[in-house]
Design a protein. Structure first.
Length: 142
């Protein structure tokens, strides 16, 4: 046990330990405590920084999700309206073909059939360009 107290005055009389030489163990203990306090402060600072970054990331994610939902809603509305209109136009074309055939008007039936064929072959998504998407926004990898 004597080796434990080398460098200190201690006669086990109840007096506090005193340092015998400068730069001794109390300086090392003080420096160690300072290092621990500094590390704890750095840890707290890093924790707060990362907490702020997580908040920013969540906020950015929420904004992207809202933008994607708006684009999805816009796309759904566009396709519903486009396909409903397309269905109406084709139904009307076939009704007109039936009337032209009943009247024995082959030229009108051929013209209407050609029109219906053109509608059929035109992609309903060809007018989708730019609908619901803002091209001025930066590309964020989506």
């Amino acid at each position: 046990m004597k080796g434990l107290f080398d460098g200190f005055d201690n006669d086990f009389s109840g007096k506090p330990l005193r340092e015998r030489r400068p730069g001794g163990s109390f300086d090392a203990i003080s420096e160690g405590i300072g290092t621990v306090v500094s590390a704890a402060a750095d840890c707290y600072k890093t924790h707060e920084t990362e907490k702020t970054r997580r908040t920013e990331i969540r906020s950015g994610a929420d904004e992207r999700i809202a933008r994607l939902r708006a684009q999805k809603d816009s796309f759904c509305k566009y396709t519903e309206e486009t396909f409903a209109e397309r269905r109406h136009v084709i139904d009307r074309a076939f009704d007109s073909i039936d009337k032209a055939l009943c009247q024995r008007n082959e030229n009108a039936a051929r013209d209407i059939l050609s029109f219906a064929n053109g509608v059929y072959h035109k992609s309903p998504l060809s007018g989708m360009r730019g609908i619901g998407y803002n091209r001025d926004e930066p590309d964020d990898g989506f």
